[in-house]
Ligand binder design. Sequence first.
Ligand code: NAD
Length: 463
Amino acid sequence: MSIDGTLVGSAQEFAVINPATEETVARAPDASEAQLDEAVNAARSAFPAWREMAWSDRANALRAMAERVLAHQDVLSDLLTQEQGKPLRDARGEIIRSAEWLNETASLSATEEQRISAAGRIHQVRHVPLGVIGAISPWNFPVSLAIWKIAPALLTGNTVVLKPSPYTPLTVLKIGELFLDLLPPGVLNVITGGDALGPLLTQHPGVDKIAFTGSTATGRAVMRSASATLKRLTLELGGNDPAIVLPDADVDVIASKLFWAAFRNAGQVCVASKRIYVHEAIYDQLIQALSKLAQENLPKPGHAENATIGPVQNKAQFERVRTLIESVRTAGGRLIEPAGVLPQTGYFIAPTLVDNPPEDWPIVQEEPFGPVVPLLRYSDIDDAITRANASPYGLGASVWGTDTDAATEVAARLEAGTVWINSGAAIDPVAPFGGHKQSGLGVENAREGLLEYTNIQVIAHSA
Ligand code: NAD
């Protein structure tokens, strides 16, 4: 772990499992409560000098971090595939994208504004850092989702204690080590631990904000815990994203994009298409095209040549997804599962389609977060929109069709933080990203996300 500019281990450790082999990749430190205190205290002590540093110097630190990540992309991608399971080229993509994110964030600013009242009073509207940020990230994109928090937090003058998921701590620990000589001691601390560590961080009185990505259930616990000291919060939570395919969509053009919108990262994407509403005019053609793609993309270990889909990341998630699939079979639903033999060890599930299940089944109502997706037939667009919106979630959505004006009209009626037209989830650093309803609170990325790491301060001058 990186605490106060030094690499440290801990008395207790836990095993990190490779989901493709079920073997131990390495043992990671299980931070004690005293080590958490040390990390928070180090971040507190480092805060005043870091806050005073010129914005451009902090931006340059981010650029140096990007360069360091790129210089070590081979070892980081390999480690990410070992612990997360994703295909090696996707792991490399995540590493490169994270470096780009650091650079893109470095170019943002939170410039001060002046507002003059009718009476001639001048107000300086400033954005000042909050202090110590507790950043908590999940296991599906361990590096990207950590960088999304570290980059804006550091740029705005905050210091950070980062806690990655215990399922995927290794690549982020390595990145903490790589950044050690690029930042003053205590500015970025990376600690790992089991289930007890997250709650200790969210209730810690020395932490000013929690930036959290994970499930909605944990998000609620984080909010409760943060309330004791009124910590600022950004919560990026679960989703059950609808995709609406309009009758004029060209199946040959969209099938592949839609397939990857649902199955990239073995479906373990917060904004994966998780319910695909298809107009009856093209339903049969689309389900055929998608099942062909499923057959062509059987899961393989992430290090295998030509792997396009890896295993599910951990055993609990593997069991959960299998239970959901079995619930469809038991209830008499129709599953479309590709033929072929899967590896004997590892948490492999073939990309599975569910043919028009009733709307109230768990496979439609819950977020599977794995390689299974229901296709749902509709004939009336108003009905499709009502069904798409009938969810406590509101993270992302997509609309697919040839007439993009018509698709955009449908998009505007969907209750979601981002609606993509004719594309799977493409999260871009220029666009604020966040959930409506129970998918979250606040946004990440772009200027809007940056400002969530600041308090507004007004300096009012007498007229
Ligand atoms: P999770 O909620 O189980 O864990 C997320 C993180 O929270 C981990 O680091 C975990 O150790 C920590 N944690 C667990 N309990 C805690 C507690 N009581 N207090 C503080 N921290 C605690 O989520 P996961 O299973 O790692 O990730 C999958 C979920 O994340 C899915 O629901 C997915 O949709 C969501 N997700 C959302 C986004 C987004 O941007 N909205 C992105 C990726 C994943």
